[in-house]
Design a protein around this ligand. Structure first.
Ligand code: IPE
Ligand code: MG
Length: 227
């Protein structure tokens, strides 16, 4: 979800207003995704690298997170959505973590869609963590090095309960991945739009999905094998 700052700047407003308007796009996208029948939606809300932003902006984003969680819990329940979070969550302020855990607990039995927030998330940090955990298990003879396979790696990532990514959407005209789910997007279809995140609507999501439906996913095979 990129482009909140530029959206605000274009309008002569402070960055915080951009972030605030970004939350409207979050709500619209989540609602649209449930209507469409998407079972998993992951939003890159705050990266490991975002901690390096000015303190005031980080504080604003954390406050916005707490207020959004408080405000949206009822929407999540009404729409039968489970909340999930991935990232180095222990780095989040206590207040955020408490609210987050509460909403995760309250929505855990919902079944229509899993909404995952990537918070304090970095794919390299996630992989590093997995490597450390696996190494420790090898050292303690819980698993043998020869038996390490892709499924064992999957089980040690924060996304252990999630399927691989099918479609990755990046807004704001940037064409990079920025340390997001690097392992999990191995065969994802990439979609880039110039829309700034606060301008992203249900229509933009539908456009991305229509484009996705036109793609032929071959997973290394030939076109003939797929059809
Ligand atoms: C995305 O918008 C929101 C977060 C990263 C939290 P940006 O804040 O990155 O907006 P730009 O890139 O400055 O426009
Ligand atoms: Mg940005």
């Amino acid at each position: 979800m990129d482009g909140n700052g530029r959206w605000a700047k274009q309008k002569g407003l402070i960055r915080a207003i951009g972030h605030e308007n970004g939350t409207k796009s979050v709500r619209e996208t989540v609602e649209a995704a449930t209507e469409i029948g998407i079972e998993n939606l992951t939003l890159y809300a705050f990266s490991t690298e975002n901690w390096n932003r000015p303190k005031l902006e980080v504080d604003t984003l954390m406050k916005l997170l707490v207020s959004s969680l408080k405000k949206e819990i009822s929407t999540l329940q009404e729409n039968n959505i489970t909340l999930n979070a991935i990232g180095d969550l222990h780095n989040l302020p206590k207040k955020v973590l408490k609210e987050l855990k509460e909403v995760i607990e309250k929505t855990k039995n919902n079944t229509r869609m899993t909404l995952t927030l990537a918070l304090s998330y970095g794919s390299r940090a996630e992989m590093l963590n997995a490597i450390k955990e696996i190494s420790l298990k090898v050292k303690n003879n819980i698993i043998s090095a020869e038996n390490i396979d892709e499924s064992i790696i999957n089980e040690h990532l924060y996304t252990q309960n999630l399927p691989d990514v099918d479609l990755l959407i990046r807004t704001s005209g940037e064409q990079r991945i920025s340390n997001f789910l690097l392992w999990q997007i191995a065969y994802a279809e990439l979609y880039f739009t110039n829309s700034l995140w606060p301008d992203f609507t249900k229509q933009h999501l539908c456009d991305a999905i229509i484009e996705y439906q036109k793609r032929e996913r071959r997973f290394g095979k030939t076109s003939e094998q797929i059809s």
